[in-house]
Design a protein around this ligand. Structure first.
Ligand code: PLP
Length: 419
């Protein structure tokens, strides 16, 4: 007789033994006080202690790992537009895009996103994950005998999409142009080639060599799909991402982004030529057979995209904070990945210690950085991924680095070599 419960419990025990069992922090973010938040309930750390007790004040936690990179999730204009949409248009969309759910705000949002990326059209999905999964699985089926060429560090949503597309898949070493060209060369020139990569990589914070990749794609007639999830809103003169910054948007066939990170709401999208967007609209199951995002969500996203199109303030301050943090980490000799972006990964290199540092930060200092372990990052590179933003102050930054430095000593982690 098969023991279902026992089987699943064993699988969970493996995660626990390896120190990569995920524990979620129960949080309430507070409008007007982000990155402060209140934590609730039991949070079971490695040593079984709960860092929060009932006497903790409201806003006891400072969030250092949010993807609400620019604090747009509490932007007044965004909130007002969402409230207004709820009052005028109700809670839900009431249907799929095809069956009564094609509300005016989602149509406007798509026009805005197409304009942001200087493309003919755009298509909004429930999330960035769904946008990647649905688009890549559909494209690999629509292009006959297609080969998908994928960067080895691509996000799980792209990997799943490629997998479900069932086309031949070739993986190139991360940002390795020589390896990419080697693969492109090997493929029959007559076959369609779908080249899938990101601009800002979420876990290391590095940027792809976009210009060179575009050159290779042109040389070998590959169709390009670029995930700009960690760049939209934050890079480029109007927040169109790295391709916007580099003036390369017109050389990318499909630009994919999220409305949930820098734009602070929820939803994902693709932008491209009318024919491309129409094909995905017409064939992608993950687009067709699900209810449209609510009008309020579209309204909030629309306001946020428009705001960051004309406001540089948040982008400039975010870069300033990231640079301040890197300088402070360097001075404290805490090892971090030297990227040119707003993502600052502090490397611990062991899952149990990584959780330990995270637990101590939260328990003793009320500072929240979720540990990032395998399979999100390779084993041995376990890290604390810090995302400072415009709403973190310099005082908060120095408090964080002091706390990290203290804990580094307590748990005996190696210091970085002084440069
Ligand atoms: C977060 C993320 C996604 C998914 O976006 P959501 O809107 O959160 O579903 C896609 N790609 C990358 C690289 C991401 O980090």
């Amino acid at each position: 007789m098969f023991h279902y419960d026992q089987c699943l419990e064993n699988q969970l025990q493996t995660l626990k033994d390896e120190g990569r069992y995920r524990v979620f922090l129960d949080l309430e973010r507070i409008v007007g006080q982000f990155p402060k938040a209140s934590s609730f309930g039991e949070y079971t750390s490695v040593d079984g202690k709960c860092p929060r007790n009932s006497l903790d004040p409201i806003g006891d936690v400072t969030v250092w790992c949010s993807n609400d990179y620019l604090g747009m999730g509490q932007n007044r204009a965004v909130l007002d537009s969402m409230v207004d949409a709820i009052e005028r248009l109700g809670a839900g969309a009431g249907g799929t895009r095809n069956i009564s759910g094609n509300h005016h705000l989602i149509v406007q949002l798509e026009k805005e996103l197409a304009d942001l990326h200087e493309k003919e059209a755009a298509l909004v999905f429930s999330s960035g994950y769904v946008a990647n999964e649905a688009t890549l699985s559909t494209l690999s089926k629509l292009l006959p005998n297609c080969v998908v060429i994928s960067d080895e560090l691509n996000h799980a949503s792209m990997i799943q999409g490629i997998l479900h597309g069932k086309a031949e898949k070739r993986v190139f070493r991360h940002n390795d142009l020589e390896h990419l060209e080697e693969i492109l060369k090997e493929i029959d020139p007559a076959r369609p080639k779908l080249l899938v990569f990101e601009s800002v990589y979420s876990m290391d914070g590095d940027i792809c060599p976009l210009h060179e990749i575009c050159d290779l794609a042109e040389k070998y007639n590959a169709f390009t799909f670029l995930d700009e999830v960690h760049a939209v809103g934050m890079y480029g003169p109007k927040g169109g991402g790295i391709a916007d910054r580099e003036g390369l948007m017109e050389r990318i066939d499909i630009i994919q982004g999220t409305l949930a990170k820098a734009y602070g709401v929820i939803g994902g999208y693709i932008a491209g030529k009318t024919s491309t967007i129409d094909a995905i609209r017409s064939f992608a199951s993950g687009f067709i057979f699900t209810t449209t995002l609510p009008p309020a969500v579209a309204a909030g996203a629309l306001t946020s995209v428009r705001h960051l199109k004309q406001s540089e303030h948040e982008r400039i301050l975010q870069q300033k904070r990231a640079n301040e943090l890197k300088d402070m980490l360097k001075a404290a000799e805490i090892p971090y990945i030297h990227s040119e972006t707003h993502i600052v990964p502090v490397i611990v290199g062991d899952p149990i210690l990584c959780k330990e540092v995270s637990d101590r930060l939260l328990g003793k200092y009320g500072m929240y950085i979720q540990p990032i372990n395998y399979p999100t990052v390779p084993r041995g590179t376990e890290r604390l991924r810090i995302t400072p933003g415009p709403l973190h102050t310099t005082e908060m930054l120095s408090g964080l680095v002091d706390a990290l430095s203290h804990i580094w000593g307590e748990v005996n982690l190696p210091r970085a070599q002084a440069a």
